[in-house]
Design a protein. Structure first.
Length: 377
C-alpha cells in the first residue's frame, strides 16, 4: 500500500474509520497520515498505545494517542471530545504537558531514554510515534530470577538509568515515576531503558487530587504527596525512587511508604539486612538515598554515582545483564504520547514532569499483546 505525499494526506485523515463498538480505541486499518493502526498494544487511564506500521519508512512503530478516559471520549471517527461536565481544564493542561514532554524527548539521544520519531496534534487530541522495542521489564526480570542479583548486575542496571536521569535533570525536568515497571531490559543486549515519564498524568492527577491513584507507594518520596513549606521536588526525588528500585531488587519488596515513615519509621537499613551480600559502600549510599527527609539524600545524580562507586574506573559492572531474551507473558505497555495545539493555553504553568511543582504519577500497566515479546514505549 502506498500513500500520497504527506502534504496531501495530513495526519488525522483516516482511510478506514474505527469499527462500531470498539470503544475509545481506533480500529485496525485506521490511517493516521502514513501510519496504519495494526492493533491495540495497551490501554491505560490516560492514553492508548497502538502497534502501527509506518508505510513511509516500512517499519513497525509504537503510536500513542492521548486519551484520558475519565475526561474524554471518542466522538466519531478520529475525533476526541471532552466529556460534558468533566474537568475540561485538566484535559487541556494534560494535553499541553504531552506536547512539552514530546518536545523534550525528541531533543534527547541517550541509549537509556525513549526515542521520539515524530509527534503531531489533530482531532482534538495528539499522537506520538516511537520505536517498538523487544524486551521485558525489570520487575519481570527479577521475578524470573527468583532471587536478588549480585552487585555487578545491580550496578549494571542502576548506572544507565542514573545517567538517563542526569540528562533530563540537566533540563530541570524530573521523571517522578522511576519503578521496576518503568525500566525495560532490551532483548538480546539487556540494556536498560527508562520509560513512562507521564507528564500528562501528573498534571491531571494534581488537578483532580487523584494522588492515591497516580503515586506508587514505596517508590514515591514524601515530597510527592503533599506541599510542605521549604520542601521541594528535585533530583533527590528521582534518587529516592531509584534507590527504592534497588531495595526491591535486593529485598524483594519496597521500602515502607514514605507517608507512614513520617509518623513511625519502620525502615530497616540495607546496611543491616543485606550486610555481607553487597559492599557496605553501596548499601550505605542506598540507605542515604532513601532518607525520608530530602536534605538527607544525595542532591544530584553525580553525588549518588560517586557514593555507590559508579565513578570508580576500576569497578566491575556486568554489561547490561539479563537472565533470558524475553519472558512469556511480560511486555506490551504504553510509553509516551503528545497533544493537540488548538487547545493549548499560553499562560499555562510548566508541565508536571518539569520543574518541581506537581506530584508524580504512575501509568497503569497495560496488557501485553498475546504471544508477543514486543513492548511499545
Amino acid at each position: 500500500m502506498s500513500l500520497p505525499p504527506e502534504d496531501q494526506t495530513p495526519p488525522g485523515l483516516p482511510s478506514a474509520p474505527p469499527a462500531e463498538g470498539s470503544g475509545n480505541a481506533l480500529a485496525p486499518g485506521t490511517m493516521l497520515g502514513e501510519f496504519e493502526v495494526l492493533a491495540v498494544a495497551g490501554e491505560g487511564g490516560f492514553a492508548i498505545v497502538y502497534r502501527a506500521w509506518d508505510h513511509s519508512l516500512k517499519r513497525q512503530v509504537a503510536l500513542k494517542e492521548y486519551l484520558p478516559g475519565t475526561l474524554a471520549m471518542r466522538h466519531s471517527g478520529l475525533q476526541v471530545l471532552v466529556k460534558p461536565g468533566r474537568q475540561s481544564e485538566a484535559f487541556w493542561k494534560g494535553l499541553e504537558s504531552f506536547v512539552m514532554e514530546a518536545q523534550l524527548l525528541a531533543r534527547f539521544d541517550h541509549p537509556a531514554l525513549v526515542k521520539v520519531f515524530r509527534f503531531w496534534e489533530a482531532n482534538g487530541t495528539a499522537y506520538m510515534v516511537m520505536p517498538f522495542y523487544d524486551g521485558h521489564t525489570l520487575r519481570a526480570e527479577l521475578a524470573h530470577r527468583g532471587g536478588p542479583p549480585d552487585e555487578a548486575t545491580l550496578l549494571g542496571w542502576l548506572g544507565p538509568v542514573a545517567d538517563a536521569l542526569a540528562v533530563i535533570h540537566a533540563e530541570r525536568w524530573y521523571h517522578r515515576d522511576v519503578a521496576p515497571d518503568n525500566v525495560l531490559l532490551l532483548a538480546n543486549s539487556g540494556r536498560p531503558l527508562l520509560l513512562d515519564f507521564g507528564a500528562a498524568r501528573q498534571v491531571i492527577g494534581d488537578m483532580t487530587q487523584a494522588l492515591t491513584v497516580i503515586l506508587k507507594p514505596g517508590y514515591a518520596p514524601i515530597e510527592q504527596y503533599t506541599d510542605i513549606p521549604g520542601v521541594h521536588q528535585g533530583p533527590w526525588t528521582d534518587l529516592y525512587a531509584l534507590a527504592a528500585v534497588a531495595h526491591f531488587a535486593i529485598c524483594g519488596k519496597t521500602p515502607p511508604p514514605s507517608v507512614g515513615r513520617m509518623l513511625t519509621d519502620s525502615y530497616q537499613p540495607l546496611a543491616q539486612v543485606a550486610a555481607g551480600r553487597y559492599s557496605h559502600r553501596l548499601l550505605d549510599a542506598l540507605d542515604r538515598a532513601l532518607s525520608v527527609r530530602p536534605d538527607g539524600r544525595p542532591q544530584s545524580i553525580a553525588e549518588f554515582k560517586q557514593a555507590i562507586g559508579l565513578d570508580d574506573p576500576g569497578l566491575r559492572i556486568a554489561p547490561h545483564p539479563t537472565s533470558q531474551p524475553m519472558l512469556p507473558g511480560h511486555g506490551g505497555r504504553p510509553g509516551l504520547a503528545p497533544a493537540p495545539a488548538a487547545a493549548l493555553v499560553p499562560t499555562a504553568p510548566p508541565p508536571a514532569l518539569g520543574p518541581a511543582s506537581a506530584p508524580a504519577v504512575a501509568d497503569p500497566v497495560a496488557p501485553a499483546l498475546p504471544g508477543s515479546a514486543r513492548r511499545p514505549l
